[in-house]
Design a binder for this molecule. Structure first.
Ligand code: MEV
Length: 445
């Protein structure tokens, strides 16, 4: 289909947008419309809310919402809300929650909660010392002239912690930054930080134009951009689990020492081999992102930051570590998590409100501890399967239902086929073969 560019698409009504879309891109517009409409919410108010979260909305895109109960974190019981499309992840999470429940649970602590942002600019002058002297002479203005914007945050115990001039001309000739360090309490703080940074760029330009410290030709600066950094290595949380080595394998028939050492080797491989580290950390992010999404936080920011942190030594590595000492197994994660429990969609999205209530309305630091523990739990389950039974056994069982749904099996057919694969790995081709037999009326033996 050849489609002509559309003008003023964003100004069209939702109906007109939908009409343009289905007639230009779909061979069966009625079917496409039915699909879109089947995801509209029946409650018009909720639908309006969703329509207004983003732009050019034509329908909703649902993710399954699952629950992992029995999470003991710092002595408090939680039920984790998880929004994720991948089978096995919630089951693995729940398994891990149960496993650590009678072993003291997860112990988590927030190490620091600082966030940063920069005014990136070009200054072509030559006397750096004078630039720094000028900056010192106006530094207090970055605080005093933004007092109105920071008033509410200061009341909550946050605000601007530090303002610095950074010379980055080692990276790029004439490149400098005003770096701000912020405490944003229970909000993720993106709007707060970006508003301040944009004000700082105006203050900087005004003040430099007036200063007598710099010559006229050294007064010219070019603001490149003002933006918070999603890299927040100082908004850091740690969570750990530990137990006696024999407790690791209780009731499994495995040898505790052998299991612990194999587990340790698996983590070590992820520390030294980036090919494995990426998959290892992906599994951690299965747990983290699903709770991040359910609680209305920005999973792209969390992902970008986590992977940058995993590379901080110059080589991409595991976010978790393990120690075996004096017959004890200790497994922990250290990860930057910049989260909010107020602002954004937290008070708007009904399911986000639900998730936050389910978690007992945590503040941002409590949520950091919960989510770090979710990442650790997920990684523990994945490594336990990988180093013992292999991942496919459990995974394919969960995947079986997806295959059967794709084949549009009836509930009766599903029951028969699930029972058939009770002791067998349900590889796709085999499931299709068995499905055809069941559909054809054949009795399985
Ligand atoms: C699958 O989504 C995640 C795993 O591959 C993680 C891992 O390998 O550690 C199972």
């Amino acid at each position: 289909m050849k489609v002509n560019p559309v003008q003023g698409f964003s100004k069209l009504s939702k109906e007109a947008k939908t009409e343009w879309l289905i007639t230009n891109y779909f061979s069966n517009p009625d079917e496409a419309l039915t699909t879109l409409k089947s995801y509209w919410h029946t409650d018009a108010d909720i639908q309006r809310l969703h329509d207004e979260f983003i732009e050019n909305t034509v329908t909703n895109f649902y993710l399954p919402f699952g629950i992992a109960p029995n999470f003991l974190i710092n002595g408090k019981m939680y039920c984790l809300p998880m929004a994720i499309e991948e089978s096995s992840v919630v089951a693995a999470m729940a398994k891990s929650g149960n496993f650590w429940l009678d072993k003291g649970g997860f112990k988590a602590e927030v190490i620091s909660t600082k966030k940063v942002g920069h005014v990136h600019f070009v200054w072509r002058g030559t006397n750096h010392e004078v630039l720094f002297k000028f900056f010192e002479s106006i530094k207090s203005k970055f605080i005093s002239e933004t007092e109105k914007i920071t008033a509410n945050m200061r009341k909550r115990g946050g605000g601007i912690l530090e303002v610095e001039l950074i010379d980055r001309s080692d990276l790029e000739p004439n490149y400098y930054q005003i770096k701000g360090t912020f405490e944003t309490c229970d909000s993720m703080g993106a709007n707060f930080i970006n508003t301040i940074l944009e004000d700082w760029s105006v203050i900087l330009q005004n003040e430099i134009s007036k200063t007598s410290l710099l010559s006229d030709e050294d007064k010219y600066i070019e603001i490149i951009m003002c933006i918070l950094s999603n890299y927040t290595p100082e908004c850091l949380v740690r969570s750990e689990v530990s137990c006696r080595i024999d407790q690791l394998v209780e009731g499994s028939g495995l040898d505790g020492k052998e299991f612990a050492e194999k587990f340790e080797r698996a983590v070590h491989v992820a520390q030294i081999e980036p090919y494995r580290a990426v998959t290892h950390n992906k599994g951690i992010m299965n747990g983290i992102d699903s709770v991040v999404i359910a609680t209305g936080n920005d999973f792209r920011a969390i992902e970008a930051c986590a992977h940058a942190y995993a590379s901080r030594s110059g080589k991409y590595s595991s976010l978790t570590k393990v120690e075996i000492e004096n017959n004890r197994f200790r497994f922990y994660i250290e990860i930057p998590l910049s989260l909010g429990t107020v602002g954004g969609i937290t008070s708007l999205h009904p399911m986000v409100k639900f998730s936050n209530e389910l978690l007992g309305k945590p503040g941002a630091t409590e949520l950091m501890k919960i989510i770090a523990s979710a990442g650790l739990a997920q990684n523990f389950s994945a490594l336990r399967s990988l180093t013992t039974t292999g991942i496919q056994k459990g995974h394919m069982k969960m995947h079986l239902l997806n295959i059967l749904n794709q084949l549009e099996a009836t509930e009766k057919e599903k029951a028969v086929i699930i029972d058939y694969f009770r002791h067998d790995v349900p590889h796709h081709n085999k499931v299709v073969e068995v499905f055809k037999k069941v559909r054809g009326g054949e009795v399985l033996n």
